[in-house]
Design a protein around this ligand. Structure first.
Ligand SMILES: [Ca+2]
Ligand SMILES: [Ca+2]
Ligand SMILES: [Ca+2]
Length: 283
């Protein structure tokens, strides 16, 4: 029994030791589990952080991709616009060159026209000088009129045509001083008075009716239908010298035109040789 008891005591001691051992083992296991749980928690946190970071990077990547696409689109538009501007610039350059060419052509033409104008102006001035010279030689001046005295003889109508060609008309005598001046020229010549439209109604070539006539004695007598009037030289009274005559008679004639004073005071004393050569046929 003692042995049994001793054995029991020893058994109990062993049991106690085993129990302690088991407790220790359990503690170690618990510690290990706790340690493992801590590591797992840290890994989970790290994983979560990485996931979060990856999502942020993905979001940034998406944003950047979107921005890159927008920039690409803008770049394409700008490239297109640049090409259009280049085309436009080329067109404008071409147009500018054409305008420059046209401008040069026009400038050349203008210079040519200016030269022609200068030549014509010179010619005109020369002709005016010659005309004034002819007026001085061929026309007589009295009051504010110039008178052309024919050397040929023509009918009244032909005489009038000649005056019109000279920029004048048959003379209209509207004062006694004019009458006296013309009488003193000693001509038998047609004047611009006729009653060919209505017998007995005397009209001047400008359409006005005769008011004061300087008829010779016994005139007008319409002897055998006389409808055109001549001034007659050699009469006793200078203001009684007109006669009506047949219009078809050939007579000298007198043209009258308004005296148009030359715009330039200085009259060339050296008219052209052509003018001098033709002087006789000019009047
Ligand atoms: Ca007159
Ligand atoms: Ca008559
Ligand atoms: Ca008569």
């Amino acid at each position: 029994n003692m042995f049994r008891l001793e054995t029991n005591v020893g058994e109990s001691h062993v049991l106690t030791s085993v129990s302690h051992l088991l407790w220790l083992t359990e503690r170690v296991s618990l510690h290990k589990v706790t340690q493992t749980q801590d590591s797992r928690g840290q890994l989970q946190t790290t994983y979560n952080n990485l996931t979060k970071h990856r999502d942020q990077l993905q979001a940034s990547y998406n944003t950047l991709s979107k921005e890159r696409d927008q920039l690409q689109t803008r770049y394409n538009i700008l490239t297109k616009e640049r090409d259009q501007l280049q085309t436009h610039y080329n067109t404008l350059t071409k147009e500018r060159d054409q305008l420059r060419t046209r401008y040069n052509t026009l400038t050349k033409e203008r210079d040519q026209l200016q030269t022609n104008y200068n030549i014509l102006t010179k010619d005109r001035d020369q002709l005016q000088t010659e005309r004034d010279f002819v007026n001085q030689i061929c026309w007589q001046k009295f009051d504010s009129s110039l008178y052309f005295l024919s050397t040929e003889t023509k009918t009244w109508e032909e005489s009038r045509e000649d005056c019109l060609e000279r920029g004048a008309d048959l003379v209209i005598i509207d004062s006694s001083t004019e009458q006296t001046f013309l009488f003193n020229l000693n001509l038998k010549a047609w004047i611009g008075l006729t009653d060919s439209v209505t017998e007995g109604t005397w009209k001047w070539v400008d359409g006005t009716t005769l008011t004061t006539g300087y008829w010779g004695a016994g005139q007008p007598d319409d002897s055998g239908q006389e409808d055109c009037v001549e001034i007659y030289y050699g009469q006793d009274d200078p203001v009684k010298t007109w006669n009506d005559d047949k219009c078809g008679t050939n007579n000298n004639w007198i043209c009258e035109k308004v005296y148009d004073p030359p715009p330039h005071k200085y009259l060339s004393p050296f008219p052209s040789l052509t003018l001098l050569k033709d002087l006789n046929s000019l009047c």
